[in-house]
Write a protein that binds this ligand. Structure first.
Ligand SMILES: NC(=O)c1ccc[n+]([C@@H]2O[C@H](COP(=O)([O-])OP(=O)(O)OC[C@H]3O[C@@H](n4cnc5c(N)ncnc54)[C@H](O)[C@@H]3O)[C@@H](O)[C@H]2O)c1
Length: 303
């Protein structure tokens, strides 16, 4: 039987409201704290959009309560998931404040995309209670959550978190080392490093990179992971390809100068009308809509 918990979410933004929905849909009582009045006042409306997407009833939303007081949100919480902005100093302060407000056994988790958890909880005294929970955007549609372990003493909290997430219908995985970027973002950004280097070197344009992934190996990746694929074709083939390709791959140990130039010239992507590629508002909306629809179909199929 599912254990009914009280879960507090810090940050009612893009990730926080989706995580709140997931936890409420699993039957837990959810408190959401944000320091922005606008984020809190729009919370129920954004939850209602998820409700409509899933054709759910209002009972899920009714289990979520927003509050402008962190103490009110966390005082009776069994676990807290922090989803505030990606800023180390901010997260360190939130975790220090949290420890003074929560119960002895409360688990503290951060949804950071890439910052090592040990840095975030530097000022927390009882570190055994701290884990990483890296959800993917949008968290109510993408099943993966990386649960990050800092040290041996965190294992009970990691196991507890994995159990709660599995009961909530997620696909939790265990990252046994607290490395920057954890697992998924290291993989994703290793691919981006080579993609950017190829565009910078004139091998192809950005659209071609995206087509090669979407219409090539990306089209099978939802059912065939990269190491499964190596096992499928044989490690001898993987080894032969690595002997030719590995010495030639980019290994710039920092953001590539090509990316830095784009950022410096204000080409920040769809929000600016241009990034690696040019985007009209309609084209940008089409990409967002097809992503939403694709993920919603998959999420409904997996329910
Ligand atoms: N957006 C993504 O694709 C994505 C994916 C995975 C993980 N993450 C991570 O999740 C976290 C949140 O990202 P997001 O995209 O939801 O950001 P967001 O900007 O949409 O939301 C952050 C919210 O935190 C609130 N906040 C900031 N400081 C606060 C404080 N001291 N106390 C309470 N609330 C505070 C803000 O008012 C805002 O509503 C970040 O660490 C981010 O790296 C984001």
């Amino acid at each position: 039987m599912t254990e009914r918990l009280t879960v507090a979410i810090i940050g009612a933004g893009l990730m926080g409201h989706g995580i709140a929905w997931l936890m409420a849909a699993a039957g837990h009582q959810v408190r959401v704290h944000d320091r922005s009045g606008e984020a809190l006042s729009s919370l129920q409306g954004r939850l209602e959009s998820i409700e409509t997407l899933f054709g759910a009833g209002p009972d899920v939303r009714a289990r979520v309560r927003g509050t402008d007081s962190m103490g009110d949100a966390v005082s009776d919480a069994d676990m807290v998931i922090e989803a505030a902005a990606e800023n180390l100093a901010l997260k360190q302060t939130i975790f220090e404040d949290l420890e003074a407000l929560v119960s002895q056994d409360c688990i503290l988790a951060s949804n950071t995309s890439s910052i090592p958890i040990r840095r975030i909880c530097e000022r927390v005294k009882k570190k055994a209670r701290v884990v990483g929970t890296h959800f993917w955007n949008p968290p109510h549609l993408v099943p993966l959550v990386e649960v990050i372990q800092m040290a041996e003493e965190n294992l009970p909290a990691v196991h507890k978190m994995i159990g709660v997430l599995a009961q909530a219908g997620r696909k939790p995985v265990h990252a046994r080392k607290d490395v920057p970027g954890f697992i998924g973002n290291r993989l994703q950004h290793a691919l981006k490093r080579e993609a950017i280097a190829m565009v910078a070197n004139g091998v192809c344009d950005a659209e071609t990179i995206d087509d090669v992934v979407k219409y090539g190996f990306g089209s099978r990746m939802a059912v065939l992971g990269p190491l499964e694929q190596s096992d499928l074709v044989g490690l001898d083939l993987t080894r032969a390809i690595h002997e030719t390709v590995m010495p030639d791959l980019d290994c710039t140990p920092a953001p590539h100068p090509y990316l830095l130039d784009l950022c410096e010239s204000g080409k920040l992507g769809m929000k600016a009308g241009e990034g690696f590629r040019k985007w009209s508002p309609e084209e940008a909306e089409n990409v967002r809509a097809s992503l939403r629809n694709f993920l919603a179909v998959q999420a409904k199929a997996n329910r």
